[in-house]
Design a protein around this ligand. Sequence first.
Ligand code: C2E
Ligand code: MG
Ligand code: MG
Ligand code: MG
Length: 292
Amino acid sequence: AAKAEGGHRVQLFDLAMRQAADERYRCIEDLRVSLTSGAFEVHYQPLVTMADRRPFGFEALLRWRHPTRGLLLPGSFLTEAESIGLMVPIGEFVVQQVCRQIGIWREVGLRPGRIAINLSRNDFQLGANIAGLTEAIVEAGVEPAQIEFEVSETVAFGTRGEEVVEVLLELRRQGFSIALDDFGTGHASLMHLHRLPVDTIKLDRSFIVEMADSVIDRALVRAVAALGRDLGMRVLAEGIETEEQATAVRELGCECGQGYLFGRPMTAETATDWLARHKPGAMPNFSAEAAR
Ligand code: C2E
Ligand code: MG
Ligand code: MG
Ligand code: MG
């Protein structure tokens, strides 16, 4: 009987695997179509200075308005998109949307500040076309100073780190700025931070969440804030949801923040209303930028 039961379990397991595979396959088919059918959108989340909570820019975040599953977050489809080589075209799409939106805001006299665009590791691999992205930006009449490219720490310090650094240096030469995303989640060492051409360090949300209960996390936030100051890098804390977190982050020396407390990711239309109500402040100035 035990054997039969075991066999039954194996069948159930097979079935679950099959269903998961089918779902993945359907997701991939939907993805291919979506990129050309206008089902992807870019949403905008404010980036603020902690001292006065005024926005100095936005992060552009990809959304997928799925015909049956609703509005999907990148976590539920980026892995599939990457597996079929869709990350580079997605990057082109996001750049194009952001440039278009900056143009629309300019026409109605709104100044969004600096827009942060996420790059994926695929953007640094053979066959990627970062030069194509920067050309599209310049051709759209957007100043490089208006764009910050975000690269996650695991990419910047990964196996092809040296090549990534070369690309980042070139981006900076052209006047773009660079943010090191999800800082603290990988193997980045504080000792090596100064070797990267980075304007902004984005402290990962996990530190902000745990901060209240964790001496270690508080110490890390404080240390990164101090190092950033000394190296002339802006330090931004991700995922601030509560007043307590905002106060702690400020006291530990972080100058910039992002999180639901200040504003959620919004559609372009909602961000337009939001911008009209919140006057962006000047870009916080830091020694490294001034020196360049
Ligand atoms: P990320 O670059 O670290 O983006 C920040 C994420 O934190 C966003 O998730 C944002 O919605 C979320 N977030 C911001 N404030 C809060 C908060 O107070 N609480 C909580 N719980 N979350 C907060 P999202 O939009 O789901 O994006 C997830 C990741 O997907 C991004 O992490 C980024 O790595 C990737 N991604 C998003 N858009 C793009 C894109 O256009 N291109 C590429 N290559 N990757 C993207
Ligand atoms: Mg990011
Ligand atoms: Mg981030
Ligand atoms: Mg993150």
